[in-house]
Design a protein around this ligand. Structure first.
Ligand code: HEC
Length: 194
């Protein structure tokens, strides 16, 4: 690092607590691209595991897979890409999925995109957030309801009794049902400190 940069950043730290970083448009595009890849990899791995388990063991058993595998897959994608990854939603099954203020804004913006007719697989939202002298690149990828999701997030008519029973024991405070195809179920939320 150049001395000048060190002096400047120490000055910043002294005067402002720290300086907020705003990445160049190119850097931001590169981070967006990487976040997109990370989200894609998570969706592919999770979707694959879900599909195989439903086929081999039935949807009630797949609930446990979702519970244990989803966080493990998210951790491995986070490590590979050097980012933080989680899933968020307005109506959570896992209590850790409650969105923060920025994620709430992102979910609303993506609901609007869907309502305006955007293709579900293109719906995303990103930005740089400055808070407490720290800057973070943030990205969300929409998770949109498809037919397969109706078995576990749909209505009493689409969720088989065995699945309803298992959900009641595993998630006594489950709010993640009552969805219809093409609704926004939630999002993959990615953060990269700058
Ligand atoms: C076999 C049942 C099952 C199917 C099918 C299923 N899910 Fe889930 N889903 C779950 C369970 C169980 C959780 C909670 C996992 C956990 O404990 O982290 C969950 C959690 C989620 C979350 C995290 C937010 C929350 O509510 O905690 C999202 C987003 C989500 N599912 C989207 C989908 C989408 C989109 C589909 C269809 C492509 C789908 N799910 C299909 C069982 C299922």
């Amino acid at each position: 690092m150049h001395t000048k940069t060190i002096v400047l950043s120490s000055l910043c730290a002294l005067l402002l607590g720290a300086c907020a970083t705003t990445p160049s448009p190119e850097k931001q595009a590169a981070m967006q691209d990487d976040a997109r890849k990370a989200a894609g990899s998570l969706m592919k791995q999770l979707g694959g595991t879900l599909k195989t388990t439903i086929q081999e063991k039935g949807p009630a058993e797949a609930i446990v897979v979702c519970k244990e595998k989803a966080p493990a897959i998210a951790r491995s994608v986070a490590e590979t890409h050097g980012i933080q990854v989680k899933r968020v939603t307005f109506k959570s099954r896992n209590p850790n999925s409650v969105p923060d203020a920025w994620e709430t804004q992102a979910l609303k913006a993506m609901e609007k995109q869907l309502a305006e007719g955007a293709r579900p697989d293109t719906v995303e939202y990103s930005g740089v957030v400055h808070k407490g002298g720290k800057s973070t690149f943030r990205y969300t990828k929409a998770l949109v309801m498809q037919e397969v999701c109706m078995t576990c997030h749909g209505t009493p008519e689409t969720i088989p009794p065995a699945v309803q029973a298992r959900l009641a024991t595993e998630y006594p405070n489950d709010k993640a049902t009552g969805y219809l195809p093409n609704m926004l179920r939630g999002a993959i939320s990615i953060q990269r400190p700058l």
